[in-house]
Design a protein around this ligand. Structure first.
Ligand code: ADP
Length: 385
């Protein structure tokens, strides 16, 4: 942040040019932040003040990482110097779905576009930020995701499939409910003449249950054969976009969210859209589990495993697993929620198995549950054994 005397002059010049820019950027309803090549905040629009809860005065001269959750918070300086050193554009000129951090510590989903611009001949970067928490922006969110996720058509076919599965499953489930209710009524008067009717009702129940099982099998086949092209995927990116997706409906407002990645295994071999689906399911489950919990914390972390694998863990500070279902957690239709389908974890299980990994759950250091799964590492360098 310190400048030489000549630098200060240029700085003053740059500053007044930024001030002129201000009138313009304050017109933008979304947030705009301008930083210099050291990451120091030089301008903070009215929209940014509103979005982040800081006044411009409070953040001018601060490093832009104050607006980011961990681990980007710690890593951001490195991102800029990497770009300045190599000229490799990872963020500049792209639109990306990721997360940001408000003054009160809340993590929220954003769409971020970064541009580069000279101000008084010096390199500056502009960040244009759109808050995706607001439900009325959901449609825009989906459009933004389309830009961000090359595989979006498959995501929406997943969504569409989930809808039609829910619809199809409703029929056998309604059948099972009706036939079993009839059997219970008939058993009120368990005379010999009613036994045949009870048998009939139970036979129908069984048929309906088998039909539901068939639907699940089809779902598994769809997942297994739908898209199996493994790619080298950046784990941090997968987690960031899945987090943003899981938070779009505003459920994570008062949740302390952070992630931590093992630098030895940043890339995995995966069908990105499927792993995203797994992460979204696990993060949404964690959010739902913590509904009544006073201190809400979610951590996503990765760690190096022997034999070239990576472990990804989603931890929460919720109430932990219900012991009644812990054994059958990954079976379909196992749910403790009034409106739960009990399909999320069974889909996660199928996806992770198809990737050659394993998924498991257990108690978490945060007080709630750890869900963790393994994937093949895509690090080259041969030190993964
Ligand atoms: P659903 O969310 O529709 O119930 P899932 O298969 O995703 O279906 O989850 C099955 C059950 O596993 C949930 O109903 C809940 O009881 C339990 N569960 C999942 N994630 C968590 C978690 N993070 N903490 C506690 N229980 C969980």
């Amino acid at each position: 942040m310190t400048d030489t005397a000549a630098g200060s002059e240029q700085f003053a010049e740059a500053f007044s040019e930024i001030e002129r820019l201000h009138a313009l950027i304050d017109m933008i309803p979304d947030a705009m932040v301008i930083i210099d090549k050291r990451g120091t905040i030089k301008a903070f629009s009215k929209g940014a003040e509103h979005m982040f809860g800081y006044s411009e005065k409070q953040v001018l001269g601060e490093n832009v990482s104050v607006l980011m959750p961990s681990p980007d918070r710690e890593a951001h300086d490195g991102y800029i110097s990497h770009y300045l050193r190599t000229g490799e554009k990872r963020m500049i000129g792209t639109r990306r779905i990721t997360t940001a951090r408000r003054r009160n510590g809340n993590t929220f989903p954003i769409e971020l576009s970064v541009g580069e611009m000279p101000v008084s001949g010096k390199r500056h970067f502009s960040g244009f930020i759109r808050d995706l928490t607001d439900s009325k922006q959901k449609e825009q969110t989906l459009q933004a995701l389309q830009a961000d996720l090359a595989h979006v058509s498959r995501i929406s076919s997943m969504g569409g499939m989930a809808n039609s599965i829910a619809h199809e499953l409703n029929q056998p489930l309604t059948g099972i409910t009706n036939y079993s209710a009839a059997a219970i009524d008939l058993l009120e008067d368990a005379s010999a003449s009613h036994i045949d009717d009870v048998r009939h009702a139970l036979t129908e129940c069984r048929k309906e249950a088998l039909r539901a099982g068939d639907i699940i099998r089809k779902l598994r086949e769809f997942i297994a054969h739908g898209d199996t092209t493994l790619e080298i995927a950046d784990l941090r990116r997968l987690v960031n976009s899945a987090t943003a997706l899981a938070l779009v409906n505003g459920d994570g407002r008062d949740v302390d969210f952070a992630s931590q990645f093992d630098p030895r295994c940043e890339n995995v071999l995966a069908v990105p859209v499927q792993i995203q689906q797994v992460l979204v399911n696990l993060i949404r489950n964690a959010l739902e589990a913590m509904h009544e919990t006073a201190s809400k914390r979610i951590r996503v972390s990765s760690s190096y495993e022997p034999r070239g694998m990576v472990r990804v863990t989603v931890s929460d500070s919720g109430p932990g697993l219900d012991p009644h279902i812990a054994e059958r957690l990954f079976h379909p239709f196992i749910s403790t929620k009034a409106s739960g389908m009990g399909l999320g974890l069974s889909i996660c299980h199928t996806i992770i198995n198809a990737h050659g990994g394993r998924i498991e759950a257990g108690p978490s250091e945060l007080g709630g549950t750890d869900f963790s799964f393994t994937l093949k590492s895509a690090e080259l360098g041969g030190d993964n054994d």
